[in-house]
Ligand binder design. Structure first.
Ligand code: OAD
Length: 243
């Protein structure tokens, strides 16, 4: 009876799935940064100045009021600048340093995986990059405040945040890397995402359709089509799962 229970422990089961897989796709979302102090999108505090995330993160919102959209992103830069990677980011970075065959995809734009030392495929861009709306030139920008609006050094046109907004396509290289990882993976580890935003959520479905076993770490139930559900915080579970 005890032996049977032990075999069925989801954490043990997840460990053995990961150790048996040659190729692993990891997909992270806002929940992995929650314990660093970065607010999630669909949890509490999802509104800013009475506007929802969807009302601010779109090309239409930027065309209508670029200052308002930039103010929101500068507020987010200020929040993230004060945050450090937590034990979940560090556990992933330590693990991928020695574990072959892992592709880490993130929907997060905060840069905390990179600070922890991970190499990531950024599906949704970066909070710390501006893009010229005329020629598309991108440049790093660590400022958390500026007067007026940022102008591109190349052609003097307005810059926007280099983030994928609603209605926009993901960067081509990220899509290729994402679908390659999804088709090759025997195991998928999903961490801290509601699993409702496409095409990131689609990658998990593709991998599952392709016989990958999906492990899902979340404090709550979500829309991820998981075979193994680990319920608890990422900062608690990932160090135990990946040790
Ligand atoms: P959401 O805010 O939709 O979901 C965050 C998930 O993390 C929820 O399912 C929470 O239950 C879970 N969570 C919260 N705290 C956690 C913790 N400590 N440990 C583990 N899980 C925890 O965020 P995403 O799914 O990442 O797009 O949202 C996807 C995209 O929606 C974002 O990338 C953003 C937004 O549109 C862009 O910025 C382009």
């Amino acid at each position: 009876m005890n032996a049977c229970k032990k075999l069925m422990d989801p954490l043990d089961e997840a460990r053995s799935v990961l150790s048996a897989a040659q190729e692993i796709m990891v997909l992270t979302g806002a929940g992995i940064s929650a314990e660093s102090g970065v607010p999630t999108f669909r949890g509490e505090g999802g509104y800013w100045r009475n506007k929802s995330y969807e009302e601010l993160a779109s090309p239409q919102a930027f065309a209508q009021d670029p200052r308002l959209v930039w103010e929101w992103y500068l507020m987010r830069r200020q929040t993230v600048a004060a945050c450090r990677p937590n034990r979940a980011h560090v556990a992933l970075a330590d693990w991928t340093a020695w574990r072959q065959g892992v592709t880490l995809l993130t929907q997060n734009v905060d840069g905390l995986h990179e600070i922890a030392g991970s190499e990531v495929v950024r599906l949704h861009g970066s909070l710390w990059v501006n893009r010229c709306i005329a020629c598309g030139l991108e440049r790093d920008d660590r400022r958390t405040a500026f007067e007026g609006l940022p102008m591109s050094p190349c052609c003097g046109a307005l810059e926007r945040p280099a983030i994928v907004w609603f209605g926009e396509s993901l960067p081509r290289e990220a899509v290729i890397a994402g679908f390659t990882a999804a088709f090759q993976a025997q195991a998928v580890l999903v961490v801290g995402t509601s699993g409702v935003v496409m095409p990131a959520a689609e990658l998990v479905k593709e991998a599952a359709n392709n016989q990958a076993i999906v492990i899902d770490v979340n404090t709550e139930d979500d829309a991820v089509p998981a075979h193994i559900k680990l319920r608890g915080s990422a900062a608690d579970l990932l160090p135990r799962l990946l040790a």
